[in-house]
Design a protein around this ligand. Sequence first.
Ligand code: NDP
Length: 296
Amino acid sequence: MSAHTGRSSAVTVVGLGPMGRALAAAFLAAGVPTTVWNRTPGRDADLVAAGARAAASAGEAVAASPLTVVCVVNYDASDAVLREEAVTAALKGRTLVNLSADTPGRARDTAEWAARHGVRYLDGAIMTPAPTIGTDDAVFLHSGPEELYEEHRPVLAALGGTHTHLGEDPGRAAAYDIALLDIFWTAMAGYVHALALARAEGVTGAELAPFAQGIAAILPPLFTEFAADTDAGTYSGAINPITSAVSTMTHVVHAAEAQGIDASLMRVIEGQARRVVARGHGSDGYSRVADVITGR
Ligand code: NDP
């Protein structure tokens, strides 16, 4: 018999998109009694077959367990479900963990709403794709009252992977999430632009990809170095001063525009770097841009 079969460790999952379904499946696989609900009916068939209880309403769903995990597209969606009077009333005295993605401000606003309504609240973010849930590769970030996190940690551990509590500020998990998404999307934008530029020059994606992996391998030590720069406010450009970096950015702009490819993204990047030079910091490293874009 599983350690989780008692009702005290029961969980409700609200939101059955790809991620919500993965969360519910992991709870079920770990033997946690699981109730599920989704705005659009019919998304729970596999979960019910695996032993989940299907609730007829969101209010009934949250009333079924001491802990509700909500995972919907954003906080407009979680508000639409949770701020309905019957649902808010049913949540009173229970714990809500919101694993939907949104901004730190929305997370803090939800924590305030929860406090006003006697709902015990933890915020969180999931940093890995749905197929990782229930495996060692899953990464969860949590923020909010530490005691509450510790209380529910054993049940949340059923989701697998690593769970990190980042502090009492409910917006902190979302702050990490937003910063990490910033890296992800700008990197993806750079890569798809590079694929388009390479293709225009007669280089296939397959030909470029191994060298792109080489560029990716340069990044981890730079992440550490730049983090130290922005923390300390010192920006050594000994190896690659920004005057030299700007010149390579200009090459990308010219080559793209010569092929009729939108170079607006690189123009923005080049413009930010030129502002660093114009302010007399041309011998600093590229990380100095972090100051210029925040008006320092
Ligand atoms: P989506 O982001 O597409 O969210 C779908 C879910 O949101 C469905 O349950 C949908 O209900 C619900 N929803 C949307 N609008 C509303 C609304 N107005 N009222 C009630 N419910 C609503 O799919 P995922 O499951 O993939 O993602 C859920 C969250 O997890 C997102 O915040 C996402 O960023 C995050 N995440 C997802 C990852 C992934 O790999 N999928 C990875 C990391 C984080 P309905 O079925 O009725 O439309």
